[in-house]
Ligand binder design. Structure first.
Ligand SMILES: NC(=O)c1ccc[n+]([C@@H]2O[C@H](COP(=O)([O-])OP(=O)(O)OC[C@H]3O[C@@H](n4cnc5c(N)ncnc54)[C@H](O)[C@@H]3O)[C@@H](O)[C@H]2O)c1
Length: 359
């Protein structure tokens, strides 16, 4: 029998401290992700929500009724005045609506902005320039980084428990119900800017900037109106790391052989995550995280929470704690997110250009 693993993995970070004086949150955009992710997290973590605004007043009213939000704002001006610099703006808008909204945020205010940061990298730079000109402290809602399992993996890597990271792989063969999102058929690209963007952002936070990217996004006959529905991506870290993402969202022969795993392999150990919430999008099961270190055996680390809703509370907590001077680093600072947006653009460009043609 190999020796048991000696490191107490239970001591790895899985949660984020809450701000000691939570600021009232004002929601802009009362859509699906606020209902399913943001508000359940704020409720669980005791983060107060002061008001909501949506251009669709009925959507705002219904959300407020369902989550006991005290104020439904009638206009954007009212919303901006009520939140001011004391509260936090929580933008969950379609990407094309972000710039026009941040142009009006009060000087010196605080904002969390749902990904993607605009329709493309150029728009992201414009959004960030606007935020900087208005001295807005702003983070992107790249909440995958804050999922308890991902916090644990990053902590293990930072503490050197896995040695030098040599291999990172994201492997999906799942059924993603793309038909749920009515706006998707109008997009020029789907899988990478909407889904894989989270992995690209998380991998940057783990390994740093890749030298380049190879990618191919392809359609599926079941979704003839979608620009694409699945992709393959290689991030080029030179000879240091092999980093590959195999993203099949149209696998239709499950549950047998459904796969949703993330593996991080180092010279001294490895982490393996079964991404439960992707195995069946409509019936999520818990994630399962296992670690192994040299001379030990694979050990499961009981998780203290899930991506939905916990990670949505932690990303907000980091922003509020940073604004209060309680966190030194704003992990998903919009200025960092611009690099993720640039990586998405580069992946889409690679997909359009294609590979090397055999002679
Ligand atoms: N895990 C994640 O991070 C995650 C998951 C899903 C969606 N998202 C992102 O969140 C954003 C919202 O997604 P959703 O699924 O909630 O979309 P949705 O279509 O359900 O909701 C968007 C809402 O914004 C409102 N809106 C549009 N323009 C507005 C404006 N100018 N001012 C105020 N309200 C406006 C719409 O009326 C709608 O109610 C998108 O950018 C999406 O990419 C992120």
């Amino acid at each position: 029998m190999p020796a048991q693993s000696v490191f107490d993995f239970a001591s790895l970070q899985q949660t984020w401290a809450m701000p000691s004086a939570p600021r009232p949150i004002t929601i802009l955009g009362a859509g699906g992700i606020v209902r399913d992710g943001h508000l359940p997290a704020y409720r669980r973590m005791g983060l107060p929500v002061a008001g909501v605004f949506d251009v669709n007043a009925e959507a705002a009213r219904k959300l407020a009724a369902d989550f006991d939000i005290p104020v439904v704002h009638q206009t954007l001006d009212d919303t901006l005045a009520a939140c001011g610099t004391r509260g936090v703006f929580d933008l969950a808008l379609p990407p094309a609506a972000i710039l026009q909204t941040v142009e009006q945020l009060p000087e010196g205010s605080i904002a969390l902005i749902q990904k993607p940061l605009g329709p493309d990298g150029a728009a992201a730079r414009q959004i960030v320039d606007t935020l900087q000109a208005r001295s807005v402290t702003a983070a992107t809602n790249f909440q995958l980084r804050f999922t308890p399992s991902m916090l644990a993996i990053r902590d293990a890597v930072r503490r050197g428990l896995l040695g030098d990271i040599v291999d990172v792989e994201v492997r999906l063969a799942v059924y993603m119900p793309w038909e749920l999102w009515s706006f998707i058929p109008s997009l020029d690209a789907v899988e990478i800017p909407l889904h894989s963007i989270h992995y690209l952002d998380w991998i940057r936070s783990l390994l740093g900037e890749p030298e380049s990217v190879f990618a191919k996004a392809v359609k599926h006959p079941r979704y003839p109106t979608l620009a694409d529905a699945r992709s393959s991506i290689i991030l080029d870290y030179g000879d240091r790391v092999r980093c590959a993402l195999s993203l099949n969202h149209t696998y239709n022969y499950g549950p047998k052989h459904v796969e949703a795993t993330i593996r991080v392999e180092g010279t001294k150990g490895a982490a393996h995550l079964s991404v439960g919430y992707l195995i069946d999008y409509n019936k999520p099961v818990p994630e399962k995280l296992e670690f192994v270190t040299e001379g030990g055996t694979w050990t499961e680390l009981p998780l203290k929470g899930e991506r939905v809703p916990d990670a949505f509370g932690f990303v907000m907590a980091n922003l509020q704690r940073f604004a209060a001077g309680e966190d030194a680093v704003l992990d998903t600072d919009v200025r960092d997110s611009v690099r993720t947006m640039a990586l998405v653009d580069a992946a889409l460009k690679s997909s359009r250009l294609g590979g090397v043609v055999p002679e």
